[in-house]
Ligand binder design. Structure first.
Ligand SMILES: [Mg+2]
Length: 328
């Protein structure tokens, strides 16, 4: 368990009767039956999640997207947002708010309130309220069963490559990606690099896929924020199962394969351990297959026990929560 998970299990022990309101899923479920709501909160901090000089419109959209991704993992439909800004005096508040309001409208939700305070570095925090469609269920991390097939809603690892490019000076401004000249990329690698930066800074929450999961008899999901391996460990721990990933099925895009050498990390490491993909990792009963339009791919299965493995041509090995270390 990492530090955050230790804090969450401590909190759960302090509130033994909290049920679905207890921390530990992508969102808390408050209330009962058809009146229940999903509540989630997430932050984007200058110098931690985003570069301090990031275009604030990109920043605002990213803050909303990472929160929406948590609602997607619950099968929730976004309804209202609260925004807290703790920012230095020079921070362009109006442009940030304007991008937030515009993006909220696109997703059908209202910016319903918030708070603004002065701070030494910019900390932006959003709380979202979600509802569910009539007749659908909340999706949780704990509904997986041994024998389920394991799916991923898109390719993974490209965001992590993008994050490394952003750390080296790549930027997304007014919908254009600029790359630092010293990367020395050929034309094909530059196209891949632009897509990676976009994937990292402008993730797309999989709300439609999440809603579809909520219409199924049983489904378990988590959004991949901290890396496929780590988030799979979380889903398995909540569901009380183990898992096997088929290494040949890992969704590694051609773009990621081109960038591995540029960012100096093997593609499989970025795919398993990179994080911030904001794609859904989910489990479904073996005969249930998501509609092809979602572009989801089966990557393995849940198994009895508590251990996680990755298997391929060279056999089966334990899947470390941090991903697959090539040097092991
Ligand atoms: Mg999450």
């Amino acid at each position: 368990m990492d530090r955050e998970e230790e804090i969450i299990s401590w909190l759960r022990r302090q509130q033994p009767r909290a049920g679905l309101e207890a921390p530990g899923d992508d969102a808390a479920i408050v209330g009962r039956g058809s009146a229940s709501k999903a509540l989630t909160v997430d932050q984007q901090i200058a110098g931690i999640h985003v570069p301090a000089d990031l275009d604030v419109a990109v920043w605002a959209r990213r803050l909303l997207a990472v929160n929406l991704s948590d609602l997607a993992a619950m099968g929730a439909r976004p309804r209202a947002a609260l925004l807290t800004l703790a920012v230095p005096p020079a921070f362009p508040i109006r442009p940030f708010l304007s991008a937030t309001v515009h993006t909220c409208r696109r997703y059908g939700l209202t910016l319903a309130g918030g708070d603004i305070a002065r701070a030494g570095q910019a900390v932006t925090t959003m709380t979202l309220l979600g509802t569910r469609a009539r007749g659908s269920r909340w999706v949780s991390r704990s509904a997986g069963r041994a024998g389920d097939r394991l799916w991923i809603g898109g390719d993974v690892g490209l965001s992590a490559a993008g994050q490394r490019l952003v750390a080296r000076g790549a930027r997304l401004v007014a919908n254009r990606v600029s790359l630092p000249a010293d990367l020395g990329l050929d034309a094909a690698a530059a196209v891949a690099a632009r897509r990676a930066v976009r994937r990292h800074l402008a993730p797309r929450p999989q709300l439609e896929l999440g809603e579809w999961l909520g219409t199924q008899r049983r489904s378990a999901a988590i959004d991949v924020s901290d890396g496929l391996a780590k988030d799979l460990h979380r889903l398995c721990r909540s569901s009380g199962v183990g898992a096997v990933i088929d290494s040949d099925s890992l969704p590694i895009s051609a773009d990621l394969a081109k960038l591995a050498a540029v960012v100096g990390q093997p593609a499989v490491d970025l795919a398993l351990g990179g994080g911030e993909d904001y794609t859904l990792l989910f489990a479904l009963p073996p005969r249930t297959t998501p509609p092809a339009d979602f572009g989801a791919r089966a990557i393995g299965r849940l198994i009895p026990g508590r251990r996680l493995f990755i298997e391929g041509g060279d056999g089966r090995r334990a899947l470390d929560p941090a991903g697959w270390d090539h040097l092991k």
